[in-house]
Design a protein around this ligand. Sequence first.
Ligand code: NAD
Length: 299
Amino acid sequence: AARIIDGKALSKQLRVGFRERVARLVEQGVQPGLAVILVGDSAASKVYVGNKIKACEECGVRSLHIALPADASEAEVLATIERLNADATIHGILVQLPLPAHIQVARVLEAISVHKDVDGFHLYNVGALVTGNSIFPPCTPYGVQLLLDTTGIDVAGQNVVVVGASNIVGKPMGLMLLQREATVTICHARTRDLGQHTILADILIVAAGKPGLIVPEMVKRGAIVIDVGINRLDDGRIVGDVCFDAVKEKASWITPVPGGVGPMTVTMLIENTLRSAERAFKAVDSDEFQDWEAPTVRS
Ligand code: NAD
């Protein structure tokens, strides 16, 4: 049976290091700060934001939780971001998605300073990821990359199949592993005969949001299987996209749900925030951004 890749344990270990980094920054007079903007009152979003705030507290990062009403105007959201962009005590700005329909997501994401874009969703940071110079890798794929590293595998030359092609998980995941010289296939809902692709994967990463999607017949013996899916069943159980019990008999390594990718996502958000604070203070040498200024997208 496969060995388990324990995201909870790795998160815990990483957060010990984060507290040390925060302590070093505080000694130098810098208190790292993350602002989280939530528009509206979606129950799921509230849980996600709550987890992020909790992780900040655990690591000693100051968090600023800004809750705007569901009918807040786009101008109001943009003004909030502008204020945070100019606030030197804030090193990361995150807008919890999805936003209410009357607000244009692209405009909001493009308003965030690229220097504080800890989710990595600003077009500049997306472009940086594409060209292999990512400063703030998107948190979920970033977490998956660290989980893969714990297996000791060198991804160069491996067949990687990513199931799911969203902007926040599937696409950046594929790009990050392409950057590491894997041979990457990205599948999605319109892919014909999914199993014909997944069976070739040395590393199979699944982020479709479909419980039970991946059955053992679709998995190569000895593959590494990373399950990003988070699905709540009618009976309240949380499961991934992979039939865990059956697939673990065929895989060499597998992530559980919960306790795999989930905890890593929030951990990588803190990593990005700390890196931003360290860069702001020049605690790390960095000319990554040079003098590039973000274009303002307005109409
Ligand atoms: P999404 O709905 O934006 O995208 C889903 C993708 O999967 C799409 O590209 C779609 O074409 C593809 N897809 C859907 N059904 C498919 C099928 N039958 N076969 C092949 N491809 C299919 O979702 P997302 O935001 O990328 O999230 C995906 C899953 O990962 C969800 O379950 C979500 O809850 C979970 N998620 C987990 C974390 C985490 O921290 N662990 C973070 C983000 C998302």
